[in-house]
Design a protein around this ligand. Structure first.
Ligand SMILES: O=C1O[C@H](COP(=O)(O)O)[C@@H](O)[C@H](O)[C@H]1O
Length: 255
């Protein structure tokens, strides 16, 4: 694990954007596309600030070669305010003037009942959305880069502390109908899929994240989802601001 710190949000956005561009350039040395997964929550703003608003970095992003997936998604229509896809489109893609990435949403046709309304009655339906999403992922399941957030409770993707999904051994994408953070119905990448990635980068900012980062970085016995992912056998980086690092004794550097 490597922790990169910056004084403020603008610094985090610049650092993580440089890291992403580097991952993109590496991937495009051997392949025609860059395969990346993004998360919801506060991430969209960071990606816009880093990858679009800075002209020097923006000129290096080859958006038309990007295949973008969602590391987790809420089971709501794509234009709903809770949709992680909708967030990425409105905060990032809608601001691109020229080349656009291919962004892969969940199949929302599987979400609705006969009347076209969101139908939450059937758990099998939610699982079929997860299965369908697993089928549109890269065929080998390997992402060049997965960008993750960290909730104040230590959740990442829609993998929550103590949840049975942390024991998943075979599915790449699974549904969850009891997310402690609303909305309750979601799909999420699982640990076996995350473990195949070429690289994972977390973004976490603000004093509100300091207690959970203190546990993740200082407590080797922590069972928090973010800690489990941090300990996977692959390059894992954390991009944080100084406020989020308060109370941790982790050694950090500048990217
Ligand atoms: O519910 C979610 O929360 C996490 C963390 O969000 P953040 O705003 O605290 O960074 C996010 O990574 C995930 O995609 C989202 O569905």
């Amino acid at each position: 694990m490597v922790v990169y710190t910056s004084a403020d949000s603008a610094g985090v956005a610049t650092s993580v954007a440089k890291y992403i561009v580097n991952a993109q350039l590496n991937a495009l040395k051997t392949k025609k596309t860059f395969t990346i997964a993004v998360s919801g929550g506060s991430m969209g703003k960071v990606l816009k600030a880093g990858l679009i608003d800075s002209p020097e970095i923006a000129s290096q992003v080859q958006w038309d070669k990007w295949n973008v997936y969602l590391s987790d998604e809420r089971l709501v229509p794509l234009d709903h305010e809770d949709s992680n896809y909708g967030l990425f489109i409105s905060l990032v893609v809608d601001h691109l003037k020229d080349a656009k990435p291919s962004v892969h949403p969940i199949d929302v046709s599987l979400l609705t009942g006969e009347n076209g309304q969101v139908d939450g009655s059937d758990a099998a339906k939610d699982e079929s959305i997860a299965e369908a999403y697993a089928k549109v992922l890269p065929s080998d399941g390997v992402f060049d880069l997965i960008l993750l957030g960290c909730g104040p409770d230590g959740h990442t993707c829609s993998l929550f502390p103590g949840h049975a999904l942390l024991e998943e051994k075979s599915r790449s994408v699974a549904s969850i109908r009891d997310s402690p953070k609303p909305p309750p119905r979601r799909i999420t990448f699982t640990l076996p899929l995350l473990a195949k990635a070429e690289a994972i980068a977390f973004i976490a900012e603000g004093a509100g994240k300091a207690p959970v980062l203190e546990e993740i970085f200082n407590d080797p016995s922590s069972k928090l989802p973010c800690k489990i992912v941090t300990d996977l056998d692959l390059p894992v980086s954390w991009f944080v601001n100084d406020a989020a690092l308060q109370g941790t004794n982790v050694i950090s550097s500048k990217y």
